[in-house]
Design a binder for this molecule. Structure first.
Ligand code: NAP
Length: 339
């Protein structure tokens, strides 16, 4: 079997998980290089990885570069993404820098693998909250055409990065002991709280924060359906791993709850957990550490025709980032898209 040289850029929460998932899924690795800002050795699950400072030339000779650096002008993707493509690498980027770029397919492999065919070297993983939502919506869209989605998210602090996990751990100890919360990652204390703000306000969608705008625009791009109406309220909750979403979805054709349950049960990568009488539904404590998207509380909206309510949970670092990135690489190999 052919093996591939892989570069992993960034070794924070997502980069670490990429290294773990590559091993778990037995990705056919010939060699692994880990790049970050500073040189050191990192040990993950007993395996030592030598981390070297990122540079454009570090990508020469690799088939895949999985990017998990921070976003923006000083982040790895903007500095090295297209440089790696120039050096012959397929770049799979977890960040937001190029998701809405027309040159860049935005892919959830169970939903729109065909978008990979026209790739120009750089492929983007959607925002974590979008990945799990479109995975749950796609089977319903194919069967009954979605008209409108209204979603409220309950997002784990790990979605902000390693420093936010540390901040919640610190507040869990400090606040009950009477010490100040001293929030750094969020505008308010997250321990014992719920913060209806993820990212910052943007002019393009007045009143919406950045994460909400990502869910709106990315959903339309992935489903190739610019006409779908999407509204989102994204909320940070004091959970470590696993995003939860309450999704209200209106379709052109009526789907009963039983039909939706059947469609979702058969969909790849989806696990239906839906026995509300026995208090069985997806929860972040159960989804953390797993690669699937969990859906439950599937019911017909009692006050609006052709509309369903769903509850959807996934591990934001796995399916929302690392696992989805590796599944894209696996799909490209399967489709014969790697030179
Ligand atoms: N957390 C999530 O749920 C999630 C989900 C989907 C997508 N993402 C995206 O995935 C990316 C990584 O997120 P994370 O949570 O893993 O962040 P993180 O824990 O803050 O780690 C960031 C990593 O990026 C490295 N880095 C930053 N700038 C770099 C540069 N210019 N060159 C090379 N390496 C650089 C850092 O290097 P040093 O260690 O040397 O400082 C660090 O290892 C972000 O773009 C994020 O938006 C995150």
């Amino acid at each position: 079997m052919r093996k591939y040289s892989v570069v992993v850029v960034g070794i924070g929460l997502v980069g670490t998980r990429i290294l773990q998932v590559l091993r778990e899924r037995k990705f056919p690795v010939k060699s692994i290089k880990v790049l970050a800002r500073s040189a050191r050795t990192e040990t993950i699950d007993g395996v030592d990885y030598e981390v070297v400072p990122a540079s454009a030339d570090a990508f020469a000779g690799a088939e895949f570069a999985l990017f998990a650096g921070t976003e923006g002008a000083k982040g790895a993707s903007q500095l090295y993404g297209w440089e790696a493509v120039k050096r012959g690498c397929i770049v799979i980027d977890n960040g937001d820098d190029f998701r809405m770029d027309d040159r860049v397919p935005l892919v959830v492999p169970e939903v729109n693998p065909e978008a990979l065919r026209n790739h120009q070297g750089l492929i983007a993983v959607p925002n974590c909250s979008t990945v799990q939502m479109v995975a749950a919506l796609a089977p319903l869209h194919r069967a009954a055409r979605i008209r409108r989605v209204v979603v409220t998210t309950f997002q784990a602090v790990s979605g902000t990065g390693g420093a936010a996990v540390t901040e919640l751990e610190r507040q869990v100890a400090d606040v009950p002991a009477g010490k100040p919360a001293n929030p750094q990652q969020y505008p308010h204390q997250i321990f014992g709280n719920v913060i209806p703000q993820i990212s910052t306000l943007k002019d393009i969608f007045p009143g919406y924060y950045g994460e909400e705008i990502k869910m709106i625009r990315e959903t339309r791009k992935i489903l190739s359906a610019p006409e779908i109406a999407v509204s989102a309220t994204c909320v940070r909750v004091p959970v470590y791993f696993g995003h939860s979403e309450a999704i209200n979805v209106e379709t052109e054709k009526k789907l009963t709850a039983a039909q939706a349950r059947e469609l979702l049960s058969k969909a790849p990568g989806i696990v239906v957990v839906d026995d509300p009488a026995k208090s069985r539904y997806p929860m972040p404590l159960d989804a953390a550490g797993k690669d699937e998207v969990f859906v439950g509380r599937i019911r017909e909206d009692s006050c609006h025709a052709n509309t369903l309510d769903l509850w959807c949970v996934a591990d934001n670092i796995r399916k929302g980032a690392a696992t989805n990135a590796i599944q894209i690489a696996e799909k490209m190999i399967e489709m014969g898209l790697v030179k």
